[in-house]
Write a protein that binds this ligand. Structure first.
Ligand code: ALA
Length: 413
C-alpha cells in the first residue's frame, strides 16, 4: 500500500488510513491518538515489510554461507546505509544498531565514560532531560564518582545558554542534551551548543528521540559526536534504535557487550575484537527490527521530513492558542521553536483524572511525569497532561480534545 502522497503535495487527511490501529475504537469512540511522543503507531508499510521479511528473506546475518543468509545480511546492511543517508552521516560505519535511545546512551556511558573518566570528571546535562539521559550518567556518578552539572531552563522552557557557557571546566568530559524535549517540546539550539562545547574540546551527545521523526536531521551539520534515536517513535517497530558516532570515536571506543559477531579471534587467553560498528553489536541483533526501521524511514521520506515538520507545526499553531484561551489551563513549555508537543495542567484537576476522562472520549494522551521528574520539580507540578502529534493527526482531533477538556472541567467543577 502506498503512502497517500504525490511528489510535493501530501494529503495528510488520508494518511491515517495507512494505520490499521487508527481504524479501531477506544472505549467505543472514534480513536484519537495524541501520544506519538511516547510511541508512534505503525503503518501497513512497516507491518507488511516485517511480515514479508519473515516470510521471504529471513535467516541469521553475517553467519550463513547460503543465499538466504546473504539476502538477509544484505537487507540489514543496506539499512545501515539508508540510516546514514537519512541522518546525513559521513559513513555507514558510523551507524550502530542498538535496542533503543536508552541503550545508545548507556553504551556511551559504559564504553566511553566508565573506562576513561575519573572521580571528579564532569558531564553537563540539562534540567529538561528524559530519565534515559540522566540515569546512565547518575550510574557513572555512583560507579566512578563523576559530577553532574545541570543547565537550568527558564520559565518558558528554554535552555539558559549563558549559564551553560559557564558550566565548562578543565574536568568537563561530555555534554549530553536532548534535541527536543519530550515534555516541553522545546527544540534546543543543539548546533550552537555543540559549537560552544567544541570550543572547550568537549564532545557532545544528542538525544534525538523526540526530533528525528518530526524534522530533518543532519548530524554533520550539527557536528555532534554522538546522536541517538529509537525506531518506535518514527512509525517503526519497538526494540530497535540507532547510535550514530563519529568514526574516530567509534574506532577507539571499546565494545560495550561481549558475544558472537563482535570478535576477530577468541581464545581463553586473549580475545580480539572486530571493527566498529560490528564490535558494538554482540549477539544476533534485532534483524526484523532493522527491516522495520528501513520501511519506517522509507515511509517518512516518502511523505518528506519538511512536509511532516510543516504539518505538525500547523497543528501546534492551531492547538496552542485554543488551549491557552482556557482560563484554568497552564501550559508547561511555551518556548519556540517547538516540536508538536503540548503539556498542560488544569487547575486543581489531577492530570491522571484528565487523562481518564479523555480516554473515555476516545482520546489517548500521556499523563504523568513523562520520565522527566527533575523537570516536573522545576515547574513545581507533580505531573502534566501531554498531547503530542504525528503525521496522522488533524485539526478535528484537536477540536475533539478541546470539547473533552470542557467536559472534564464540568465533571470536576
Ligand atoms: N520517552 C517516551 C515519552 O516521552 C516514553 O513518553
Amino acid at each position: 500500500m502506498k503512502a497517500s502522497v504525490t511528489k510535493q503535495v501530501v494529503d495528510f487527511g488520508r494518511l491515517c488510513r495507512d494505520f490499521p490501529i487508527l481504524q479501531k475504537t477506544n472505549r467505543g469512540k472514534t480513536m484519537i491518538y495524541l501520544d506519538s511522543a511516547s510511541s508512534a503507531q505503525k503503518p501497513y508499510q512497516v507491518i507488511n515489510a516485517i511480515a514479508d521479511f519473515y516470510m521471504q528473506d529471513y535467516a541469521n546475518i553475517h553467519r550463513g554461507i547460503y543465499e538466504l543468509s546473504e539476502r538477509s545480511t544484505q537487507l540489514y546492511e543496506n539499512t545501515r546505509e539508508q540510516v546514514k543517508n537519512f541522518i546525513h552521516a559521513a559513513h555507514a560505519d558510523e551507524i550502530v544498531f542498538v535496542r533503543s535511545t536508552t541503550e545508545g546512551i548507556n553504551l556511551i556511558a559504559q564504553s566511553f565514560g566508565r573506562p576513561r573518566w575519573q572521580a571528579g570528571d564532569e558531564v553537563i546535562l540539562s534540567t529538561m532531560e528524559h530519565h534515559s539521559n540522566i540515569v546512565p550518567w547518575y550510574m557513572l556518578k555512583e560507579q566512578i564518582g563523576i559530577v553532574l552539572k545541570i543547565i537550568p531552563i527558564d520559565d518558558v522552557g528554554a535552555m539558559d545558554i549563558e549559564t551553560y557557557k559557564k558550566l565548562f571546566s578543565s574536568r568537563t568530559k561530555l555534554v549530553a542534551i536532548s534535541h527536543a524535549s519530550n515534555v516541553l517540546g522545546t527544540i534546543n539550539p543543539v548546533k550552537d551548543m555543540t559549537a560552544i562545547a567544541h570550543a572547550h574540546h568537549v564532545p557532545v551527545l544528542i538525544d534525538g528521540a523526540q526530533a528525528v521523526s518530526h524534522m530533518p536531521v543532519n548530524v554533520q551539520d550539527l557536528d555532534c559526536d554522538f546522536y541517538v534515536f529509537s525506531a518506535h517513535k518514527m512509525y517503526g517497530p519497538t526494540g530497535i534504535g540507532v547510535l550514530y558516532g563519529k568514526k574516530p570515536w567509534l574506532d577507539t571506543l571499546p565494545p560495550y557487550q561481549g558475544g558472537g559477531g563482535m570478535i576477530e579471534t577468541v581464545a581463553f587467553e586473549k580475545v580480539t575484537y572486530t571493527k566498529a560498528p560490528q564490535k558494538f553489536e554482540a549477539g544476533t541483533p534485532d534483524i526484523a527490527g532493522v527491516i522495520g526501521l528501513n520501511a519506517a524511514i522509507q515511509y517518512v521520506q516518502t511523505i518528506g521530513m519538511e512536509n511532516i515538520f510543516s504539518h505538525e507545526q500547523a497543528l501546534l499553531n492551531y492547538a496552542e492558542p485554543k488551549l491557552l484561551a482556557i482560563p484554568e489551563l497552564r501550559m508547561i513549555g511555551e518556548a519556540k521553536p517547538k516540536v508538536g508537543v503540548v503539556s498542560f495542567v488544569l487547575n486543581h484537576i489531577h492530570p491522571h483524572d484528565i487523562g481518564t476522562v479523555l480516554d473515555h472520549e476516545g482520546i489517548a494522551v500521556r499523563a504523568g511525569h513523562h520520565c522527566a521528574m527533575p523537570l516536573m520539580e522545576r515547574f513545581q507540578v507533580p505531573a502534566t497532561v501531554r498531547v503530542s502529534f504525528g503525521v496522522y493527526n488533524q485539526e478535528k482531533d484537536i477540536d475533539t480534545l478541546l470539547s473533552a477538556i470542557q467536559l472534564t472541567k464540568r465533571l470536576f467543577a
